[in-house]
Design a protein around this ligand. Structure first.
Ligand SMILES: [Zn+2]
Length: 61
């Protein structure tokens, strides 16, 4: 699933460019609206890259 305008993203540990995308939501302890984290999990070494919010350039939606 390569998007045209998405720069190549490589794992900083192993250089793999194959990631599983996950989204996680967690409610803040202080009662604000829930935060959305976009996670990219390296398929080779399982290193996890975190992106805050759902609107990064690697946005899924
Ligand atoms: Zn890796």
């Amino acid at each position: 699933m390569t998007q045209p305008d998405t720069p190549d993203l490589a794992c900083p540990l192993c250089g793999c460019q194959d990631f599983d995308r996950q989204q996680s939501r967690q409610d803040s302890m202080w009662g604000f609206s829930s935060h959305v984290m976009t996670l990219l999990v390296c398929r080779r070494c399982t290193y996890v890259l975190h992106f805050y919010g759902g609107n990064s350039i690697w946005n899924i939606d």
